[in-house]
Design a protein around this ligand. Structure first.
Ligand code: APR
Ligand code: ZN
Length: 342
């Protein structure tokens, strides 16, 4: 089969002919229909973030497809089923899995990181971690549910616990942040979207933001003042979806006394913390990672009923051979989400 293989940082993925995976009894072989291109992939390629499995490795962790083959022990899928593959597989027996927090499983295995991923014609995965995709959902665009939609959903619902009427300021309206905007809006929040690119903010508005702020030429103080004015003293919740130390600090500063800062963006840098403000105003800070398996059917229902939109967010489609073009667009900040289609 054809696959895009990662051979190490600072080199483009190579399109190669590799062996089609052979499944074990608990696994399914999926003919990939589409796989989203994520910033995480670019961190491996451009920024030297190490993959757990040493290269050569097939990247790609946001796929949808059709079951081509099911292992003898598989009960929940049959050949021909439409399937969504989450990016992370859990062990099922660690303390966090038993708490229903499989997204922070102690033994998690990530597709396209610990094992070969889905920038390939076929991928093998444990059937127990996969989700059924109903006929009403578009097979290709639904790939982005696996990560770009599910990560914001978990942040909004489980970590930030956004309630109707809450004021939520979202820092960053890229591939992840734009879906924080639409899920928080669907949850009934009044959303303020902050970004430095106007067309991302236009999309945020289309997907439910009440207010948008282009912060590119704004002093921090002026930005915070504007957020405080719009929210009557500070947002109930700030969600940072960039991973920039400066906007992480701003997110904590943008919430009211008793407010919550939920961190979704990734950075390997440390960020200074105003501990006095944290203490005196009872600010809460929570991290958010991925999504729990139990939430996927709810997300799929929201897509089915039009409360979450996929089409506007999938801005580009590329063939596997052109995968580097997708990364180039991401480097230029011109795409929201690109998907590779087969
Ligand atoms: N202030 C406001 N917005 C900013 C700033 C800034 N200083 N810097 C960048 N942005 C905006 C960009 O314009 C873009 O719209 O943040 C957005 C980042 O989006 P993407 O590059 O598409 O990244 P995304 O895929 O959304 O991931 C964001 O979430 O899961 C993590 O690892 C991921 O850390 C990354 C973060
Ligand atoms: Zn576990």
């Amino acid at each position: 089969m054809k696959a895009a293989v990662f051979h190490g940082p600072k080199q483009p993925l190579k399109i190669e002919e590799v062996e089609t995976p052979k499944i074990e009894s608990h696994e399914i072989l999926v003919k990939i229909a589409a796989c989203g291109v994520c910033n995480t992939d670019m961190h491996y390629i451009d920024h030297g973030v190490p993959t757990f499995k040493k290269p050569p490795l097939i990247l790609g962790h946001e796929p949808s497809g059709i079951v081509e083959e099911a292992g003898a022990g598989v009960k929940n899928f049959k050949v021909g089923d439409r399937v969504l593959i989450p990016p992370v597989f859990s062990c099922g027996y660690c303390a966090n899995c038993r708490l229903g927090r499989e997204n922070i499983c102690f033994n998690m295995i990530m597709l396209g990181n610990h094992i070969d991923g889905a920038f390939a014609e076929y991928t093998k995965v444990p059937a127990k971690d996969c989700q059924h995709l109903p006929e009403e959902l578009p097979l290709e665009e639904s790939s982005i549910i696996a990560d770009a939609i599910s990560t914001p959903y978990h942040a909004v619902k489980n970590r930030a616990q956004v309630r109707p009427g809450d004021s939520v300021v979202v820092f960053g309206c890229g591939g992840v942040g734009i879906n924080v905007v639409q899920v928080a809006s669907a949850a009934g929040a009044s959303v303020i979207a902050v970004d430095i690119v106007d067309n991302k903010l236009d999309m945020a508005k289309k997907l439910g933001a009440q207010h948008t702020i282009n912060s590119s030429d704004k002093e921090d103080k002026a930005l915070l003042k504007e957020i405080r004015t719009l929210t009557g003293g500070g947002a109930d919740i700030a969600i940072e979806a960039i991973g920039n130390p400066k906007t992480i600090e701003l997110a904590s500063a943008a919430v009211k006394a008793g407010g919550l800062h939920c961190q979704v963006g990734y950075t390997h840098h440390s960020v200074p913390m105003n501990a006095g403000r944290l203490m005196f105003r009872e600010i809460e800070i929570k991290g958010s990672l991925g999504c729990r398996p139990v939430d996927y059917p709810k997300i799929i229902e929201m897509v089915k009923t039009g409360k979450i939109q996929l089409e506007p967010v999938v801005t580009h489609k590329f063939k596997l051979e052109d995968i580097d073009k997708a990364f180039d667009l991401m480097r230029k900040g011109e795409s929201l989400r690109s998907i590779i289609v087969f």
